[in-house]
Design a protein. Structure first.
Length: 386
């Protein structure tokens, strides 16, 4: 845990779940730049303040006294915010979240926004969708400020603000971070968001070939099927009977839906920390799965909501980035969670880049690991719970 100094005092912040071995802070120079700008200019924060894309709650926690609305696609960001509000004494029986109202990226945004603060996401599509959804709430007097690291702000980022909200300019870089200043133009009519995007799956995807996938903005490979998932779909185990299956880190749900098509008796649980991913998976499954197929859709922290020893098969394509940082922290937690929820004899199947060396960790955790398929870039691994 570290402390962030702001105009409103020092606050203790940590990522979620908190890991004393994790050296990464819960904020960066972009968050500090935005908070310093607000502290120095003292804008009117008495109206509706919307904080979009707050990664670990640093912005919402700092501004808690002003009752901001936090809008995020990340369950972990919401949990981090709750934990950070609590550790700073910003919770009370009559204000359980310290005055911070939390909305997901799929929830209806406020009808009016007077201050819009945007932490620029990695995904330009997610930024586009968020701004489209918020544009009707913005008015001529709305203060709009974005923030991000220099490596995250591109010409396309500025054009997106300008096309949807109004004239846009950037600040000078400070500690490799920039601010984006946008002046709302009431004459703009950006229209509805182009998301979600739908596309048909190509040949080589088994029973899914030619079927339609739904993708909300911001999920992994939302505009195409990535080559790793193609290999995974070709390599899935052929199983029959009433299996309990988890599609862990489900994205748009193609892997779990493929299981539902191949084994109509299976019960598939789709799990992701992204609200948009789970919404995509639910839409994909609903359109393609057999009638009566049993499925559940969970937004959550890895497998925390799945009971011990309850699962026959876990299918997993773990991420190896946390925003800009390359890390195997999420993969390690996914593997550990999978071992906990699998029954004896249950199997974890993992797709990953060859260079990540997941086989070493799986052998250490499960006592076994077998290569089931591979190509020049990816490998499909199987570990069995003893």
């Amino acid at each position: 845990m570290n402390r962030l100094s702001t105009q409103w005092g020092d606050i203790a912040l940590a990522r979620f779940p908190e890991d004393p071995r994790d050296p990464l802070r819960a904020w960066d120079a972009a968050d500090e730049y935005l908070l310093r700008q607000l502290g120095e200019t003292s804008p009117d924060l008495s109206g509706t303040v919307a904080v979009v894309g707050d990664r670990w709650g640093a912005l919402a926690t700092s501004l808690a006294a002003h009752g901001p609305v936090q809008i995020t696609d990340s369950f972990l960001a919401q949990e981090a915010t709750r934990a950070n509000l609590t550790r700073n004494g910003l919770t009370a029986p009559d204000a359980p979240l310290g005055g911070v109202r939390m909305l997901s990226a799929r929830d209806t945004p406020p009808e009016r926004v007077d201050v819009l603060l945007v932490r620029v996401p990695k995904s330009l599509a997610l930024l586009e969708d968020q701004l489209h959804r918020l544009a009707p709430a913005v008015h001529a007097g709305t203060l709009v400020i974005g923030t991000g690291m220099v490596s995250e702000i591109h010409t396309s980022t500025l054009r997106t603000f300008e096309r949807i909200i109004g004239p846009t300019r950037t600040s000078l870089a400070v500690r490799k971070a920039r601010l984006i200043f946008c002046t709302p133009d009431p004459a703009l009519s950006p229209g509805p968001s182009p998301w979600p995007l739908r596309y048909d799956l190509p040949d080589g995807t088994g029973a899914l070939a030619g079927r339609t996938v739904t993708n909300h903005a911001g999920i992994f490979c939302a505009d195409r099927l990535d080559i790793g998932t193609r290999l995974f779909l070709r390599s899935l185990p052929e199983r029959r009977g009433p299996d309990r299956v988890v599609d862990l880190g489900c994205g748009n749900g193609v892997v779990g839906t493929a299981v539902a098509l191949a084994n109509p008796q299976a019960s598939v649980t789709f799990v992701d920390e992204s609200f948009s991913a789970v919404a995509s998976a639910e839409a994909t499954h609903r359109e393609n799965a057999p009638s009566g197929a049993e499925a559940a859709f969970l937004v959550g922290d890895v497998l925390s909501a799945v009971a011990d020893g309850s699962t026959d098969l876990v299918l997993n394509n773990p991420p190896f980035h946390s925003h800009r940082a390359t890390t195997d922290t999420t993969a390690r937690r996914m593997f550990t969670g999978a071992r906990r929820v699998l029954r004896p004899g249950g199997e974890l199947w993992v797709i990953g880049n060859r260079h990540l060396g997941y086989h070493v960790r799986l052998r250490r955790l499960f006592g076994n690991c077998e290569v089931m398929a591979s190509d020049a870039k990816f490998v499909v691994l199987r570990a069995v719970r003893s």
